[in-house]
Design a protein. Structure first.
Length: 220
């Protein structure tokens, strides 16, 4: 990446600075939710950065201040997020209404992550390469998206004894359930407190592995 940081082991990783912990806690309750949010992350990150790269001309930088750029990037991210919600609502209205609040947080996480400042740095005479910028943005979004899906695959079965997928007009659908007599559900992981405990264990394991196998990433 342009910053020299690894999207997973570097300081920009959601597990490194816990920048995406709110979305990880709220969006990992169901696998269906995680998959929808993951698609929204990839959609918003890549398309917002792509449009922003074409706007990042020398003329644009002279007219808009550095603080004003953040406002423009926020508007672009919100536009693509709203477009994703609209398209998804047409396909699956019940599921869209169910996680509307979580989907509305995606552009805020996109802008707050600083991805625009990393792929479109200030003070450069030439505009960044669109291909590199979109690839770097997609890599950052993919890390958070994959973490969401992995945590939901762990969390949903032990919380509800089931696993769900996004459905059609009926909302989310259950692909299979466990017999609670054979697999006792640990209901604490269904709450925010339980998910925070699970994320704390995963983050601790992540930092241990990074210190052992990728010590140079901690010095960047």
């Amino acid at each position: 990446m342009k910053t020299g940081q690894h999207p997973f082991w570097g300081s920009i990783s959601p597990l490194s600075g816990l920048s995406g912990i709110g979305l990880l806690i709220m969006g990992s309750g169901r696998l269906a939710w995680a998959m929808i949010i993951a698609a929204s992350l990839l959609w918003v990150y890549t398309l917002s950065v792509l449009v922003s790269v074409f706007l990042a001309s020398n003329t644009f930088k002279k007219i808009v201040s550095r603080e004003g750029e953040t406002t423009v990037y926020t508007c672009i991210a919100c536009f693509f997020s709203a477009l994703f919600i609209l398209l998804f609502f047409l396909l699956c209205p019940l599921a869209a209404l169910e996680i509307f609040f979580l989907l509305s947080l995606v552009p805020l996480y996109c802008v707050g992550s600083g991805v625009f400042q990393r792929v479109i740095p200030a003070g450069e005479d030439n505009s960044p390469d669109p291909g590199d910028a979109v690839f770097n943005a997609a890599a950052e979004a993919a890390v958070l998206a994959v973490l969401l899906i992995i945590i939901s695959i762990i969390r949903e079965p032990i919380s509800y004894c089931s696993l769900t997928l996004p459905g059609s007009y009926q909302g989310i659908i259950t692909i299979f359930t466990f017999n609670e007599g054979l697999f006792f559900p640990i209901r604490i992981f269904a709450s925010s407190g339980g998910s925070l405990l699970l994320l704390g264990y995963i983050a601790g394991l992540y930092h241990y592995c990074r210190s052992v196998y990728y010590p140079m990433e901690e010095k960047i």
